[in-house]
Design a protein. Sequence first.
Length: 452
Amino acid sequence: MENIVSQQRDFFKSDKTKDCNFRIQQLKALKKVLKSNESLLTEAIYKDFKKSEFDCYTTELALLYSDINEACKKLKSWSKIKRVSTNLINFPAKSRIIPEPYGVSLIIGAWNYPYQLSFAPAIAAIAAGNTVILKPSEIPVNSSKAIKKIVNDNFKSNFFHVIEGGVQTTQQLLGLNFDKIFFTGSPKVGKIIYQAAAQHLTPVTLELGGKSPAIVCENSNIEVSAKRIVWGKFLNAGQTCIAPDYLLVHKNIKDKLISAIISEIERCNYSFANKNYVQIINEANMHRLVALLDKNKIIYGGDYDIYERYFAPTLMSDITFDDKVMQDEIFGPILPIIEFEKIEEISTKLKNLPKPLASYLFTGNKKQAHRLFNELSFGGGAVNDTIMHITNSKLPFGGVGNSGIGSYHGKSGFNEFTHYKSILKKSTCFEPNLKYSPYNEKKLKLARRIMG
Ligand code: NAD
């Protein structure tokens, strides 16, 4: 590990990664190897948790291709030195901001979208001119192997390299000195990463999780809301960081919404036989989810098969914030339903909970949406939809408070891996005496006038 880090540091010092053409060439090479290895990637992820070809393409690879296309098109303009105006006391001078890559970056991935969460930060790091050491999650074994093969067979280790491993490997890596660490995972491990990074004062991005609510108001379009909630919740069998974790629904439409949700679940056929419904990642997570079930509150689903790692879409009603299922991020296909009467009560309650990664509001009232989203703090979200905000690279994607630090995708990913260096370029042809000693009343008066 130490060797690879030091080789990457030497390569970074050669300034080759500062050349935008080099970055574009590497990103195009990455796209080419991803495309030519699509069947390897698809087979590996299917072995890990039965993720279908459709899901693998739409929720993993397509996002990477579009990130690469955008970075290749825009990185020259993102990397341009920016002119800004100069303040009066520096006259005559020019002011410039120079984007510079941090250097050697460490990217640590999570298991639920193994390709997207490994390669999307790597694309941002490369676009910004960094070298990359990538540690994918060890949990989807086959996907992790495929990532390693694709990268290590096609890129020089002094520029982009994959190191496989679990907790011990990550801790060894964290003992080394990186110029940037980008972590995706749980808030619990995020704190470990943040502490380790502090030893070297390394800047970090933490893409964490949390309990993201979906709030459905009385005046919402029930049919459309149900469809979008069901899709967002049961995509990847609920193992999505921005899945609606629980539902807050106005009591007057609760029954109608529940029956629309049930019809939609049945229409989608998330049965064991459905090739587009993924498994729970491992037995440990199956047991964790089973322990969240409250038999008295299940109104739909509740079936599971530990051996097949199948967990049916499950609705639990009459839930309160004190229930077990409401204590931690669910990260599985269980949807707790809490009813409310006044939106103001919801706002007060949510303000006292840890800030989630996402929030969703279903309403027909634009003012209500504006007011509530202004009041609440969360990473990002959508009005009348779930999850889809992640697909717009113009919207920075990341958490706040307990759900993370920093954001990425598109230009914000480039920013995350870039230090913006400020330079004041002074002329030597004019040298006012004001700032130099000795000082007097007249100088002070003038300083007050100029400096404000
Ligand atoms: P995790 O925190 O258990 O693991 C993430 C990474 O950290 C893995 O690579 C793992 O090897 C490493 N790791 C685990 N324990 C460690 C330790 N003690 N010391 C050092 N490294 C350690 O998370 P996970 O189970 O892979 O993913 C689920 C979590 O990730 C959920 O909370 C989810 O919301 C969150 N998540 C967030 C995003 C996002 O974009 N914000 C995306 C996906 C998942």
